[in-house]
Design a protein around this ligand. Structure first.
Ligand code: GAL
Length: 639
C-alpha cells in the first residue's frame, strides 16, 4: 500500500469563498485526504430537528471536486447547547460529584440513554445523506473517546447502568459479595440496587468494586461507539474509524477497534513529552523540540494491533500546540520525520492537524499548516517534502516482527485501583520494556492479552499483566520461543483477589511469589553483574533456575523451558541485559542503537530515524539531525 497524506479542516470556521482555494492548495501540497465535520453539530442542527446541511453538502462537493477524499466525522463529541435543555441529565459527573458542564467539549456521559439515542439519530441523518456520496471515503465516529478524562462518569445514569451490568455479570448479589470479598469491613450487599459507584467513600473503596466499575465504564464506551456503527454500517461501504489519543488507557481500545475498520490516532510528540511522560529533565531537554523517540512509535505499534493491521495518524502535530504546560516549536525536519516514521510503522495515511490555525476559541494558539492570516506556516513545506518522499518511496508493507508485547488495558485499571507503590504504573512499565527493545534496534508488534492468534514470535514480553490464566500460559508458550512475564504478572484474579493457588502462569515453572515490596523512587535493588530494579519487587522462590540474582542473593530473574519471570521493575541497564540474554536464548539479532536513533524494518525498507538535534553516525552511516534515512532492502544494510 502506498501511504498518503491528509489534513483536518473546518469549513465552518472560514468564509465559503475560501473553500475552493483551500481545496486546490491542499491538492497542490500533495494531500489526498481531508477530515471534516467532527465538531460541527451546532451548525448542522442549530435547534432541535432544524437541520441545516446545505453548507456541508457544498463543502463536501468543493473538496471532492478538487480531488480530495473526505473523512466525515459524526459530531457527537460536541453536542450543541440546546441538547442540555432537552437532556439535563446528560452531563458526566466527576468523582467529587460535580457535573462537568457545557462550554468546551466531550460534555456527555457514556451511559445516558437519551444522549446515545441522539448520537445514533445524528449519525443516521448523516449516513442517509452522505453514506453513498462518492467523495465520502471514510467515517470518523465521535472524536478521541476518553480524552480530557471523560471515560468514567459518576452520574445517576452511570449508577443505574452499573447496577444492571453487575446483575448481568454476577447473577446473584451473593455471588458478587463472594467475588468481591465483601465480608471484609462488612461491605456485603443485600441487592444490586444497594451498590453505589466507588467514589466519595471515606477511605479507599474495595479494589474489586473499582475494577468492576472500570470494566463497566470501558464497556459503556464500546456500546456508545457501537450504537453509531450499527446505524452507519448499512448506509455506507466506506470504512468506519475512530481517532484514539496517546496514553489514554481508560477504555479497551481493542474492543472498540473490533467494531471498526481502521484504527487512527492523534500524534502530538512535543505535547506528549512535556504533558504525559515520566522522564528526567535531561531527557526532556534533549528532546524538547522533537518529542520522545519512542512515544510515537509505541502508539503506532499499539494501534496497528488495535486496527488489526490497518491504522492512520489522523492528527499529526504541525507546530506548537496550545495545551501542554510549555509549547515549543518542532525543530526543522521534525514534521517530516514524524510523518515518515508513521509510514515506517505502517500508517496508511498521515493527516495534519489542522489546515489553518483558528483565530478564535480555545485553540487559537495551536499551529496549523497556515497561520490565521493565511500565510504558510513552517510545517507546510515539510508536508510537501514528505509528499515527495512518499512518491519516491512507493509501497511500504509491514512484516510480522520477531518480538511482541502483550498489552492489556484492564491491567492498567487494576493497578490504578491498587497501585501499592507510588512509582508503579502499568503504562510506565510496558513503555520501559518497549524502549529497551527499541534501543536494541528491534521492530516490535503488540497484541491484546486476549488475542488467541498470537503466534510465530521468537520473544513475547508480558510485563505487569494483572490476570493470567492457564490458557494464556499455554498460548504464550505455544506462540513464541520465549515468554517473559513479570513483575506483577498474574497477581490477581478477574475479581481482584489474590489467586488461591499461587500465581497462575508460573505453575509450570515451579516459581512463586512469596512477598511483594514496593520502593520509593530514590531506592533500588542492584542486580549482580549490573542493572537494578526499582518501584516493585516480587520476591521469588521455587526450584526454577535463577538466571539473575540481586546482590542480596534473592532471585531477580527465574526461568526455564521458554518461560521467564522478572522479579522487579527493571531500570534501563537491567532491561538491556535481559533483552540481550533473551536474544541469545532464541537467536535474535540485535542492532544496539545510540540514544535518539531508532530503526524500523518493513518488507521493503530499513528506516533509520534520528530524533537527535545533532547528526549521529551508526555503522559507518551518518544520519543528519532530525532526519530519516531509508535504505531499500535489496541494497545490503550496513552492519
Ligand atoms: C486533539 C483533538 C483535536 C484538537 C487537537 C489539538 O486532541 O482531537 O480536536 O483539539 O487535539 O492538539
Amino acid at each position: 500500500m502506498t501511504p498518503e497524506l491528509g489534513v483536518c479542516y473546518y469549513p465552518e470556521h472560514w468564509p465559503e469563498a475560501m473553500w475552493a482555494e483551500d481545496a486546490d492548495l491542499m491538492v497542490k501540497s500533495g494531500l489526498s485526504w481531508v477530515r471534516i465535520g467532527e465538531f460541527a453539530w451546532s451548525r448542522l442542527e442549530p435547534a432541535p430537528s432544524a437541520l441545516l446541511f446545505d453548507w456541508l453538502d457544498r463543502a463536501i462537493e468543493t473538496l471532492g471536486a478538487a480531488g480530495l477524499k473526505v473523512v466525515l466525522g459524526t459530531p457527537t463529541a460536541t453536542p450543541p447547547r440546546w441538547m442540555l435543555d432537552k437532556h439535563p441529565e446528560m452531563l458526566a459527573v466527576d468523582a467529587q460529584g460535580q457535573p462537568r458542564k457545557f462550554g468546551s467539549r466531550r460534555h456527555y456521559c457514556f451511559s445516558h440513554q437519551g444522549y446515545i439515542a441522539e448520537s445514533a439519530r445524528i449519525a443516521r441523518i448523516m449516513g442517509e445523506r452522505y453514506g453513498r456520496n462518492p467523495h465520502v471515503a471514510a467515517w470518523q465516529i465521535d472524536n478521541e473517546y476518553g480524552c480530557h478524562d471523560t471515560t468514567v462518569s459518576y452520574s445517576q445514569s452511570a449508577l443505574h447502568a452499573f447496577q444492571h451490568w453487575l446483575a448481568v455479570q454476577y447473577g446473584t448479589v451473593e455471588a458478587l459479595n463472594a467475588a468481591w470479598g465483601n465480608v471484609f469491613w462488612s461491605m456485603e450487599y443485600g441487592s444490586f440496587d444497594q451498590i453505589d459507584l466507588p467514589n466519595l467513600t471515606v477511605t479507599e473503596p474495595n479494589p474489586a468494586h473499582v475494577l468492576a466499575f472500570r470494566r463497566f465504564s470501558s464497556d459503556q464506551v464500546v456500546a456508545f461507539n457501537r450504537a453509531q456503527v450499527d446505524v452507519l454500517r448499512p448506509l455506507t461501504d466506506a470504512p468506519l474509524l475512530h481517532n484514539y489519543m496517546g496514553r489514554v488507557l481508560d477504555f479497551d481500545h481493542f474492543e472498540v477497534g473490533a467494531d471498526l475498520d481502521i484504527a487512527t490516532w492523534d500524534s502530538y510528540p512535543i505535547g506528549f513529552l512535556s504533558d504525559r511522560l515520566e522522564a528526567d529533565e535531561a531527557h526532556k531537554t534533549a528532546f524538547l523540540q522533537q518529542g520522545d523517540p519512542d512515544m510515537q512509535a509505541f502508539h503506532h505499534d499499539l494501534y496497528r494491533a488495535v486496527g488489526r493491521g490497518r491504522w492512520w495518524v489522523m492528527e499529526q502535530q504541525p507546530g506548537p500546540v496550545n495545551w501542554a504546560p510549555y509549547n515549543p516549536a518542532p525543530l526543522p525536519g521534525m514534521v517530516r520525520l514524524w510523518s515518515l516514521e508513521a509510514v515506517a510503522h505502517g500508517a496508511e495515511v498521515v493527516s495534519y492537524f489542522r489546515w489553518r490555525q483558528a483565530p478564535f476559541g480555545q485553540e487559537q494558539m495551536h499551529a496549523g499548516l497556515f497561520t490565521p492570516a493565511n500565510i504558510p506556516a513552517p510545517a507546510l513545506a515539510e508536508a510537501r517534502e514528505t509528499a515527495h518522499d512518499l512518491a519516491e518511496l512507493g509501497a511500504v508493507t509491514q512484516q510480522q516482527a520477531q518480538v511482541a508485547i502483550l498489552f492489556d488495558y484492564a491491567s492498567d485499571w487494576a493497578w490504578t485501583a491498587q497501585p501499592q507503590g507510588a512509582g508503579f504504573n502499568y503504562f510506565r512499565l510496558v513503555f520501559s520494556a518497549y524502549r529497551a527493545l527499541r534501543r536494541a534496534g528491534l521492530s516490535v508488534d503488540f497484541a491484546s492479552a486476549t488475542d488467541n492468534a498470537v503466534a510465530g514470535y521468537k520473544l513475547i514480553l508480558a510485563p505487569g499483566l494483572a490476570t493470567l490464566d492457564g490458557d494464556l500460559e499455554r498460548r504464550l508458550t505455544e506462540g513464541c520461543d520465549l515468554a517473559i512475564l513479570g513483575p506483577r504478572s498474574g497477581a490477581i484474579t478477574h475479581d481482584f483477589q489474590i489467586p488461591a493457588t499461587g500465581r497462575p502462569g508460573l505453575s509450570e515453572l515451579d516459581c512463586d511469589v512469596d512477598l511483594v515490596e514496593t520502593l520509593p523512587p530514590n531506592v533500588q535493588r542492584n542486580v549482580d553483574g549490573g542493572g537494578a530494579a526499582h518501584h516493585w519487587i516480587d520476591r521469588l522462590s521455587g526450584t526454577a533456575p535463577d538466571l539473575l540474582t540481586f546482590t542480596d542473593g534473592t532471585p531477580a530473574l527465574k526461568g526455564a523451558n521458554g518461560l521467564w519471570y522478572l522479579a522487579g521493575f527493571p531500570d534501563e541497564a537491567l532491561w538491556d541485559r535481559v533483552i540481550a540474554m533473551a536474544a541469545q536464548e532464541v537467536g535474535l539479532n540485535l542492532h544496539p542503537l545510540p540514544a535518539g536513533l531508532r530503526r524500523r524494518e518493513t518488507e521493503q525498507h530499513v528506516f533509520l530515524i534520528n530524533y537527535n538535534a545533532i547528526p549521529v553516525t551508526w555503522n559507518g552511516q551518518e544520519i543528519d539531525a532530525c532526519d530519516v534515512v531509508i535504505a531499500k532492502k535489496d541494497a545490503p544494510e550496513e552492519g
